[in-house]
Design a protein around this ligand. Structure first.
Ligand SMILES: *[C@@H]1O[C@H](CO)[C@@H](O)[C@H](O)[C@H]1NC(C)=O
Ligand SMILES: *[C@@H]1O[C@H](CO)[C@@H](O)[C@H](O)[C@H]1NC(C)=O
Ligand SMILES: *[C@@H]1O[C@H](CO)[C@@H](O)[C@H](O)[C@H]1NC(C)=O
Ligand SMILES: *[C@@H]1O[C@H](CO)[C@@H](O)[C@H](O)[C@H]1NC(C)=O
Ligand SMILES: *[C@@H]1O[C@H](CO)[C@@H](O)[C@H](O)[C@H]1NC(C)=O
Ligand SMILES: *[C@@H]1O[C@H](CO)[C@@H](O)[C@H](O)[C@H]1NC(C)=O
Ligand SMILES: *[C@@H]1O[C@H](CO)[C@@H](O)[C@H](O)[C@H]1NC(C)=O
Ligand SMILES: *[C@@H]1O[C@H](CO)[C@@H](O)[C@H](O)[C@H]1NC(C)=O
Ligand SMILES: *[C@@H]1O[C@H](CO)[C@@H](O)[C@H](O)[C@H]1NC(C)=O
Ligand SMILES: *[C@@H]1O[C@H](CO)[C@@H](O)[C@H](O)[C@H]1NC(C)=O
Ligand SMILES: *[C@@H]1O[C@H](CO)[C@@H](O)[C@H](O)[C@H]1NC(C)=O
Ligand SMILES: *[C@@H]1O[C@H](CO)[C@@H](O)[C@H](O)[C@H]1NC(C)=O
Length: 760
């Protein structure tokens, strides 16, 4: 009757052998019972994404006893609830436990952690733990390193008083409230790092009477609800070299002089505080600061205090209200390397543009969102990131950028530059010169092995043809030449670019056929966004036109929310952005997820049928074919484009009915089929009937909501209709919640970027 438990027994022996194999490879000797506990621990969780060998690589055992002493899970290995009866708590010889970056969402921290009382290192950050930290944590008296940051812990400050050996304590990014225990620093003589950033803590902090007895070098208190009294004790922590007191929410301005006793201080974050203007002007402060971050401090004039900071490397004054010009002395600070002055009201740079920066050590310079005028300075010799977007600089783009081999991001978009596009763009990976007054043609000088990844020359006055040498840019991902006066045929030749994802040539004078001459379906292997509107393209598209759009054929799952052109660097980021203009949806300079696709062929002279293969583009969220001369029916296959949010087929010569199946596109928030020759009933359901009447006007034969004209012959198949109604009820609800919400197209996070939504 009952089967002997042989298979499972056999299985675990097999696992033990297998596991031992890995562990022996690591020259580690783990006892079988320990290995079994480890495997049991693994089985308590969903570990599909878990790489078995990585898991076991993170295990160490004691040479003499064979007990597990160290366990470090790879990121994202486990998902599930960490239960009090977990076999983890049997591994009571553990000294080092790192479970960071897994997903124990909604687990509270079991008090059984106290079994692991040999622990020296405990790291549980980024896990989604909730609830209070159990008091039993106080029995882990050997801990030197405790990191429970980036969870959802609540309640008062954990009971850590007895952990007298602690050297690192990181509670940041949780929801702890209440005060810091008054004797925290007194009872923890070895504490060198204390990170409490982003909690809801209040009150102040006590420091030992003899300040030199504190070993604290790193203290982060930012984004809590401390009061200003906390500054005074801090000023006694003379060994500090890193201090973050951002967002203190004090009622009176902070006097920077209070930090002058901190002779070792190298890094100071005081963002989002009100600062005493006079203390920003002091000339007698002797700081050795290397990094000073004062974002959003309401500063109105350039702080003279910086003059004395001869060691300064990193300066962030962004999001203040500083007026006037950037003083010339700033660039003479000998070590200055990163300067962020974005989002102020500065009017320019003091000094001669041909000289001020030529000897500067600056590598990252952000002047974006100011009101700077005049000609642009010759960039510093070792510049890596140079952004001055959204200012009013005039004159030519300085040709010296061609000489700056370290330059990666060059963004002078939204200015008033004139003259030619520099001939050396292919030296630079990311170039954005959008919305200027540049003239002439795009230089045909992209060399083999060009570095170009992003090239945005939109909204200039460029003429001529698209340079054929772009074919040398095999890394090109983003190409935007929209709103110029380029006169050329469709660049089928660009299909040779293996990485091209976004291509817009909206509003130019492109002409000719969009179908390749050899009638082979268009093939851009990675293309997701193609904007061709307002040109003079003509001819028809074959039914199989879209079959080779590989990148758009599959919808990437929600997890893969990766933005297109998200260039990440240790010290800067740049994100490709573009204007998306769909009727009812408008986004200037929006970020776009790699997993979605848009097509805009509107305002051309395209004719023939809409290709049935459009239905293959599972990732399509916006389609605009309006203002052409398309004929025939609306393809039924559109009902398969389930992510579609915006559909504009207006001003064509389409006939027949609107396929009822389109009523099921639950994300659809904008539809227009106005000015065609459609007839029959408008599909019912909120996506269609919720549209403006104007979305359907100019079709003599259409009837049903939202048009006032009702359809004369209502369907009579009672039972079927009931079923449908039920289903539609569900869809209705979804549509109200999602379809009329911001939707994906607009829900995409916006970068450094403005964004506007113009509802119909
Ligand atoms: C597991 O990770 C190791 C090293 O990180 C890698 O070599 C191996 O291919 C991975 N195995 C699987 C199945 O992903
Ligand atoms: C255990 O053995 C390894 C290699 O055999 C050696 O490197 C390590 O020091 C030993 N550890 C202890 C605690 O004896
Ligand atoms: C813990 O593991 C994460 C990655 O899994 C790593 O980034 C972190 O440095 C580790 N921390 C410690 C203290 O070992
Ligand atoms: C642990 O407890 C849960 C319920 O809380 C139970 O479902 C599970 O079987 C227990 N596991 C073991 C190994 O006892
Ligand atoms: C805590 O762990 C997280 C994730 O590994 C890490 O980013 C953070 O720097 C750690 N804190 C300390 C103080 O090491
Ligand atoms: C700390 O340790 C002392 C004695 O060593 C003990 O009496 C006290 O209860 C402990 N406190 C906590 C919070 O565990
Ligand atoms: C700042 O303090 C005031 C009271 O002084 C409080 O009402 C407000 O919520 C605090 N703001 C933050 C962000 O904590
Ligand atoms: C700062 O100093 C400058 C002269 O160096 C002076 O013009 C300005 O008024 C001072 N500002 C404040 C707030 O003291
Ligand atoms: C830049 O440095 C060079 C060499 O040190 C010097 O000759 C030149 O005058 C400097 N230029 C400026 C504008 O300071
Ligand atoms: C440029 O900056 C101004 C304010 O200085 C702002 O109103 C405008 O929207 C910005 N333009 C863009 C495209 O972000
Ligand atoms: C470009 O660099 C070379 C040396 O690397 C220098 O001789 C030349 O003057 C530079 N040109 C410009 C325009 O800065
Ligand atoms: C929609 O897709 C399904 C399978 O994905 C396919 O069988 C069906 O033919 C498609 N419908 C249309 C009208 O293309």
């Amino acid at each position: 009757m009952s089967q002997p438990p042989l298979p499972s027994c056999f299985l675990s022996i097999f696992f033990i052998i297998l596991a031992s194999y890995f562990l022996v490879i690591n020259a580690l000797v783990c006892r079988p019972d320990q290995i079994q506990a480890l495997m049991q621990f693994k089985n308590e969780f969903e570990s599909n994404g878990c790489n078995r060998s990585d898991y076991l690589n993170g295990v160490s055992c004691d040479n003499a006893t064979g007990a597990v002493t160290k366990l470090q899970l790879p990121s994202g290995c486990f998902t599930g609830i960490l239960r009090p009866n977990s076999s983890l708590f049997g591994l009571n010889h553990l000294r080092y436990l790192n479970l960071s970056y897994n997903n124990f969402a909604s687990s509270s921290l079991p008090s059984e952690f106290s079994n692991l009382n040999r622990l020296e290192v405990l790291s549980l950050s980024f896990n989604g733990f909730i609830g209070q930290v159990p008091s039993s944590i106080s029995s882990l008296i050997h801990l030197t390193h405790l990191n429970i940051s980036h969870n959802e812990f609540t309640g008062s400050f954990p009971l850590v008083r007895n952990l007298t050996k602690l050297s690192f304590l990181d509670l940041s990014f949780n929801k702890f409230s209440g005060t810091i225990p008054s004797d925290l620093l007194l009872t923890m003589p070895f504490l060198s790092l204390l990170d409490l950033k982003k909690n809801s803590l209040t009150g102040t902090i006590q420091v030992p009477n003899s300040p030199s007895s504190s070993r604290l070098v790193f203290l982060s208190l930012g984004q809590n609800q401390f009061e200003a009294q906390i500054l005074k004790p801090i000023s006694k922590l003379i060994n500090l070299n890193h201090l973050d007191v951002s967002s203190l929410n004090t009622t009176y301005p902070i006097d920077l002089n209070i930090f002058t006793s901190l002779k070792s201080l190298l890094v100071l974050h005081v963002s989002r505080n009100k600062l005493l203007p006079a203390s920003l002007n002091a000339s007698d402060i002797t700081f050795h600061l290397e990094s000073l971050v004062m974002r959003g401090c309401d500063i109105t004039e350039f702080p003279n205090i910086l003059k004395t900071l001869q060691n300064l490397r990193n300066l962030d004054l962004s999001r203040n209200r500083i007026e006037g010009k950037v003083p010339e002395w700033l660039w003479k600070l000998p070590r200055l390397s990163q300067v962020n002055l974005a989002y102020n009201s500065m009017t320019g740079l003091e000094g001669s543009s041909s000289e001020i920066l030529v000897n500067s050590s600056v590598q990252l310079l952000d002047l974006a969102y100011n009101s700077m005028t005049g000609s642009f300075p010759i960039p510093p010799p070792n510049i890596i990131y140079l952004s001055a977007w959204n200012n009013s600089f005039t004159g030519n783009i300085p040709l010296q950028v061609c000489n700056r081999t370290s330059l990666v991001v060059f963004d002078l978009s939204y200015n008033k530059f004139t003259g030619p596009v520099p001939r050396c763009l292919s030296n630079l990976p990311i170039v954005n010169l959008r919305k200027n007054g540049l003239e002439g043609s795009i230089p045909d000088e992209f060399y083999r092995g060009a570095l170009t990844q992003t090239l945005d020359l939109g909204f200039n006055r460029l003429t001529g043809k698209l340079p054929r040498s772009l074919l040398n840019c095999s890394s090109l991902r983003f190409l935007s030449v929209d709103n110029n006066i380029i006169e050329d045929t469709f660049p089928f030749w660009l299909k040779a670019l293996p990485n091209l994802q976004v291509f817009t040539l909206r509003s130019n004078r492109f002409f000719g056929q969009l179908s390749p001459p050899d009638q082979v379906p268009l093939a851009f292997p990675e293309l997701r966004i193609l904007e061709l509107s307002d040109n003079r393209f003509e001819g028809s598209l074959s039914p199989s036109y879209f079959v080779n759009w590989k990148a758009s054929l599959f919808k990437v799952d929600e997890e893969g929310r990766i933005y297109m052109g998200d260039y990440k660097h240790a010290y800067f980021g740049y994100e490709d952005t573009l204007d998306l203009q769909y009727k009812g949806l408008f986004m200037e300079q929006g970020k776009v997820l790699t997993s979605y696709s848009t097509i805009d062929f509107s305002g051309n002279k395209l004719e023939g049928q809409i290709p049935e293969s459009i239905g293959l583009l599972k990732a399509l969220i916006a389609l605009n074919l309006s203002n052409n001369a398309f004929t025939g029916h609306i393809p039924l296959s559109l009902a398969n484009v389930t992510e579609l949010e915006s559909l504009d087929l207006s001003r064509n010569q389409l006939s027949g009915t609107i396929p009822k199946e389109l009523g099921r596109l639950s994300f659809l928030s904008y539809v227009s089929v106005a000015h065609n020759q459609l007839n029959g009933e408008i599909p019912q359901g909120p996506q269609f009937s919720g549209q403006a009447e104007s979305s359907f006007e100019g079709n003599a034969g259409l009837c049903g909501l939202p048009l006032p004209r009702s359809c004369s012959a209502p369907p009579t198949q009672q039972p079927k209709e009931e079923g449908e109604e039920k289903e539609e009820g569900v869809l209705n609800w979804k549509a109200v919640v999602i379809g009329y919400g911001p939707g994906l197209l607009l829900g995409l996070l916006i970068a450094h970027i403005i964004y506007s939504y113009k509802p119909k």
